[in-house]
Design a protein around this ligand. Structure first.
Ligand code: NAD
Length: 367
């Protein structure tokens, strides 16, 4: 979830903001500080060509500010392409709050954060991410309308995680269709890494389809709960990346596909919910292609959550949310086909479609 593979030493070698490795022509970066509540947050607005920058707020105990900045830059950029490829009229943004969500999050801190969001007059709209709950968004809603992911009782679309999991499941099925000629996942061995909000829901879909599921998590209690609820196997080994498996579903951390892991991976398919799975998009995307591992781009298949919160802005209901999320299946097939035709990685194929949509809109706006 943090910038796992880029050391803070590396990050601090370059210019503080515009020179960061993850800076990709972001429009605006806002540093928020409040002494009274202890709030230290960074809001990253990557691109607003398609609409207001929408993306969740992550609260995480970063080792230092470089890591937090790097994370918000990577995540906000990802949101731009996620919304673009999903056909939503939204730009890309994200926020991080530096601190331990379990011990440092208070309603006062969340309200103060909401005031900073409000000061941007709707250029950035927030939602929940790791370390945040629907109730936290309800608190933010007390001070600003520029928030989504609020509870259903308050007119929101509720918890986005089950929808995200459904979209990941759709993307995984599309990958199976290409790899095995059938999108039925029965008897396929699927390794779900991280069985939090999204991971658990994904496990449920996979079990309903008859897949053979193995789970891992750093939280032993969750492992036992999910294992006994769905009858899935808990991973007992020490190096999941060396395990034989058909499908690897990263649903915890970013950057798990990196120089160290890629050589060991034996999966046919990678399809999971975690953001920024490739530590280095270009390099690791290519390495997967060379190893004939089919990678379903994360920002494409984990878009269910943003589809869910977009409903709050556009006033569409559950049926339309499901329809749009199911469409991830078709878009994933399209991206794979584009990658095959143009002999590029699946990540490049997805990015080029997203970038084209933004470029087209920009051209229209300039007419
Ligand atoms: P979560 O915090 O509910 O779950 C994450 C789980 O991963 C936790 O159970 C945690 O214990 C586990 N974990 C942490 N480190 C781990 C490790 N090293 N190995 C194995 N497990 C580990 O988060 P979530 O909402 O389920 O989201 C999962 C991922 O999907 C995140 O990367 C998030 O950014 C991404 N995502 C979530 C949504 C959504 O709607 N919730 C939408 C898009 C993307």
């Amino acid at each position: 979830m943090t910038s796992d593979v880029i050391s803070s030493k590396e990050l601090s070698k370059v210019d503080p903001v515009f020179g960061q490795l993850s800076f990709d022509n972001h429009e605006q970066i806002v540093f928020c500080n409040d002494k009274d509540t202890g709030l230290k947050a960074i809001i990253g607005i990557h691109n607003t060509v398609l609409g207001p920058a929408l993306g969740g707020t992550r609260m995480w105990n970063y080792n230092n500010e470089w890591e937090a900045l790097n994370d918000v830059l990577r995540l906000s950029r990802g949101m731009t392409f996620k919304s673009a490829i999903t056909g939503l009229n939204l730009g890309g943004g994200k926020a991080v709050i530096i601190g331990d969500a379990k011990t440092q999050k208070t309603p006062e801190l969340m309200r103060k954060f909401g005031e900073f969001v409000h000061s941007l007059s709707g250029r950035y709209i927030t939602a929940e991410d790791v370390g945040m709950t629907t109730e936290d968004m309800d608190t933010v809603r007390e001070v600003t309308p520029y928030v989504t992911g609020i509870s259903e009782s308050k007119g929101g679309a509720g918890n986005p995680s089950p929808i995200t999991a459904y979209g990941v499941f759709m993307g995984m099925k599309a990958a199976a269709k290409i790899k095995y000629g059938s999108d039925i996942l029965e008897d396929k061995s699927v390794f779900v890494q991280g069985i939090g909000h999204v991971g658990e829901s994904l496990v449920e879909h996979l079990m309903n389809e008859g897949a053979r599921v193995t789970i891992s998590d750093i939280n032993q209690q969750r492992l036992e709960q999910v294992s006994s609820k769905y009858g899935v196997t808990i991973y007992e080994g020490h190096d999941i990346y060396s395990e034989p498996m058909d499908i690897y579903a990263p649903c915890a951390l970013g950057a798990t596909i990196n120089d160290e892991t890629i050589h060991k991976l034996k999966a046919d398919i990678i399809a999971g919910a975690a953001n920024n799975q490739l530590a280095d998009e270009a390099k690791h995307g290519r390495m997967l292609q060379e190893k004939n591992i089919l990678y379903a781009p994360d920002f494409l298949i984990n878009a269910g959550g943003i589809i869910n919160v977009y409903a709050e802005l556009e006033n569409y209901g559950k049926q339309e949310i499901i329809r749009k999320t199911e469409n991830i299946y078709n878009t994933t097939l399209e991206i794979f086909e584009g990658a095959r035709q143009n002999n590029v990685t699946t990540n490049v194929s997805a990015l080029s479609i997203a970038k084209q949509r933004i470029a087209d809109r920009k051209r229209d706006q300039q007419k």
